[in-house]
Design a protein around this ligand. Structure first.
Ligand SMILES: [Zn+2]
Length: 194
C-alpha cells in the first residue's frame, strides 16, 4: 500500500485503541513512524549512493516511484542492500523475532510494533505477483501472496473512501464523547460542576 495510506491506517488504529486504553502521544507517533518506515529505509542505500557515490537525484526519484522492471540502473551493492532491507522490513518472520525479544525484555508488548505489523499484514494483500509481491516469509522464501496491487485505480479509490469513512467515524465519536462528558477540572476555580 502507499505510504500515506499506511500512516493513516496506523494513526486511526492508534486513535481507536486510545479510546479503550491509555496510549501516550509518543507511542502514537512511534506507531505511525513504524508503519511508514518499511517503505522508507530501503531508500537508504540509494540515498547513500547519491550522496557519496555516483548516483543522482534523478535515480533516487525514479527508484521511489518505480514499476516492476522499470527500476533505474544502480550498482550491484545498492540493489542488493536496498532489496534485502526491503525484505527484512516486510518479513513477518523477522518482526515476530523482534516482537518476542522485546516482549521477553520488557515483559509486555511494545505497542508501536503494531504499526510495523499493520504495514506487513496490509502489504501481503495489497501487492500482487506482478507488483512486488511482499516477501512476508523472508528469509525462508522471497515469494509472496498474489493479492490486489494497491496501485490499481479502483482499489486506490476504495481505500481512500474507507479511510475517509474511518476518519469521519473517529471524529464524530470524539465529538459525541466531548458533548457527553464536558471537560471539567476540579482544580479550576472558575468552573463549577453545579
Ligand atoms: Zn511496504
Amino acid at each position: 500500500m502507499d505510504i500515506v495510506a499506511h500512516t493513516l491506517w496506523a494513526g486511526f488504529g492508534a486513535a481507536w485503541l486510545a479510546r479503550r486504553r491509555p496510549v501516550s502521544r509518543t507511542a502514537v507517533a512511534a506507531t505511525i513512524t513504524l508503519a511508514a518506515l518499511p517503505d522508507v529505509i530501503q531508500m537508504l542505500p540509494v540515498l547513500g549512493w547519491w550522496w557519496f557515490g555516483g548516483g543522482s537525484l534523478e535515480a533516487v526519484r525514479a527508484f521511489a516511484i518505480a514499476l516492476p522492471g522499470r527500476e533505474p540502473v544502480m550498482p550491484e551493492w545498492v540493489t542488493w542492500w536496498s532489496h534485502n532491507i526491503h525484505c527484512v522490513a516486510h518479513s513477518a518472520v523477522i518482526a515476530a523475532g523482534i516482537t518476542l525479544l522485546l516482549w521477553a525484555w520488557r515483559r509486555t508488548l511494545w505497542l508501536p510494533l503494531l504499526g510495523w505489523w499493520s504495514h506487513i499484514v496490509i502489504d501481503v494483500f495489497t501487492h500482487s505477483a506482478d507488483y512486488y509481491a511482499s516477501p512476508v516469509l523472508y528469509p525462508f522464501t522471497q515469494r509472496g501472496f498474489d493479492g490486489i496491487a494497491w496501485i490499481t485505480p479502483w482499489f486506490m479509490v476504495a481505500n481512500y473512501l474507507a479511510l475517509a469513512a474511518a476518519g469521519a467515524a473517529l471524529f464524530l465519536h470524539a465529538r459525541r464523547q466531548s458533548r457527553v462528558r464536558p471537560e471539567f477540572s476540579p482544580a479550576d476555580p472558575t468552573r463549577s460542576p453545579t
